[in-house]
Ligand binder design. Structure first.
Ligand code: ATP
Ligand code: UDP
Ligand code: MG
Length: 444
């Protein structure tokens, strides 16, 4: 029986040194035949929809240099481009960590409940003024995305930014083991993915796994000393770099957010206007400027990078429709990003009328009713002429804000919007990704 088992294992079972050679001779790594490029090394991963072992022939047809599969049924013994691993995903992660170990450049890890991608993009803009900067592409921040990101870092790169996301406890610790960041920061700790992480305590534990890695390994940490949760960690590090103010080293001062954030620098009069909406973006800006200063980017160039940065992909984008100004924040939503968005919108001025459009927040599990109801309480603190709720879960907010107009589905809401012929409105649209609230814009 044992003999038979060994006979079944392909002769080309993978080891790391063979794999690294294959990687070095490839044009990069791919896990997706829909996006594969010629000469890529293909890793067949299993997901909720597909088992990519079955795509190995397609990957090769499309020009893959080799394929790593983990289901023996798909192994082709006499094709030298096939390699067998016990677990393709683990192999991908091991390869990424092996590659990372060859690198001697700063690797900056960042996580947090909100603002990771925005902060990463701002840091990239700033650091690119001085360094060849590698960074996570878009939102590739999980157990597959982080390895893929690491494998895009080349010998020419001088610094790298790695966004790390989490769905459950232990995720960030695992990503730290793979990426081994030399520097790191947490944007904030809020109420996101409450369901998977075991409530607010779980979120705190998960996100601070990055701090734990940095502390245990004597790495450099950047801490937002104005954040009520993160500031508690300052004393646990020997030499933390603080923002938005670290004495004379770097002081970033918030001016206003109506709707765009304006900031100034310590000891200087000039006020800089950004394209970023909402007071919550100030922390993201301060992080990027502090990192820039730390790594020796000239202050004028760093400020220029921030001032020119344009947010994209529905992350607090400003759109104009006739006489209306729309803040489209339909990329995602969770209790903490909703709260800061409502508060910042509540204080905005500039149009005759104001309308708040909120949709469901997902992934809250048992916290769904209370967290949606809390939104109503927050809205009540401000004078907002029209408030509209759309979705199912958000119905819980009617208990705390009964004045709101309620549309159980976006279809009925669209018709209402179209008939309303809104003019001279400032409008905020925010909801979870699954709500696809961006579809409403066409009807305003
Ligand atoms: P994901 O978990 O999807 O990777 P992320 O942490 O990368 O999200 P971003 O994509 O940068 O976050 O921003 C998503 C939304 O979060 C923004 O549109 C904005 O509404 C909100 N947001 C951004 N920065 C902050 C912040 N510092 N605090 C609270 N909310 C924020
Ligand atoms: N995949 C692929 N080609 C396809 C469809 C999927 O290579 O035509 C890969 C995909 O990139 C992932 C794996 O198969 O690595 C598992 O796919 P998943 O179940 O996650 O589905 P997806 O959400 O990617 O469609
Ligand atoms: Mg992100």
């Amino acid at each position: 029986m044992i003999a038979l088992f060994w006979e079944l294992i392909p002769s080309k079972t993978m080891n790391l040194s063979i794999l690294y050679t294959l990687f070095k001779n490839s044009t990069g790594v791919s896990t997706d035949t829909r996006k594969i490029a010629k000469g890529n090394l293909f890793f067949a991963l299993k997901g909720p929809n597909f088992d990519a072992n079955s795509f190995a022939p397609t990957a090769l047809e499309m020009g893959a240099s080799a394929v790593v599969i983990d289901d023996i049924a798909y192994f082709v013994e006499d094709d030298e481009r096939y390699f067998f691993a016990e677990d393709s995903l683990k192999m991908l992660q091991d390869l990424a960590n092996h590659h990372r170990k060859q690198l001697t450049i700063p690797i900056i890890g960042l996580t947090g409940s909100n603002g990771k991608t925005t902060t990463k993009e701002l840091m990239k803009a700033v650091l690119s003024k001085k360094f060849k900067t590698a960074a996570t592409d878009g939102n590739l921040n999980n157990h597959i995305g982080v390895p893929l990101t690491l494998l895009t870092i080349t010998e020419e790169d001088e610094i790298a930014l790695v966004e790390m996301g989490a769905n459950k406890q232990g995720d960030i610790a695992e990503l730290c083991q793979i990426a081994e960041p030399t520097h790191g920061m947490i944007t904030n700790i809020g109420k996101a993915h409450l369901e998977g992480m075991g409530g607010p305590e779980g979120v705190l534990k998960t996100k601070t796994e990055l701090f734990q890695f940095l502390r245990e390994n004597g790495r450099t940490v950047f801490i937002n000393s104005q954040d009520p949760i993160l500031s508690n960690f300052v004393k646990r590090f020997e030499n933390p770099v603080l923002y938005p103010s670290h004495g004379d080293f770097c002081e970033v001062i918030f001016q206003e957010a109506n709707p765009f954030v304006k900031f100034s620098l310590g000891g200087e009069e000039e006020v800089f206007l950004t394209h970023l909406i909402g007071a919550y973006n100030f922390g993201n800006i301060a992080t990027a400027l502090t990192i820039g200063k730390f790594f020796g980017v000239e202050v004028e160039k760093a400020v220029e990078a921030i001032v020119n940065y344009q947010p994209s992909n529905m992350r607090s984008q400003l759109l104009e429709k006739r006489s209306n100004l729309i803040i489209l924040d339909a990329y995602n939503a969770n209790p903490s990003s909703m709260e800061v968005a409502i508060r910042t919108f509540g204080q905005m001025t500039g149009k005759k009328h104001k309308m708040l459009i909120l949709g469901d927040m997902f992934e809250l599990g048992e916290h769904a009713v209370t967290e949606h109801a809390r939104l109503g309480e927050i809205i009540s603190e401000y004078e907002i002429e029209k408030v509209c709720f759309t979705g199912q879960l958000i119905a819980s907010a009617l208990a705390t804000y009964p004045k709101a107009l309620f549309f159980p589905d976006t279809f009925s809401f669209r018709n209402w919007l179209q008939d309303s012929n809104l003019e001279d409105y400032l409008i905020l649209i925010k909801g979870s990704r699954g709500m696809k609230l961006e579809g409403l814009v066409d009807f305003i």
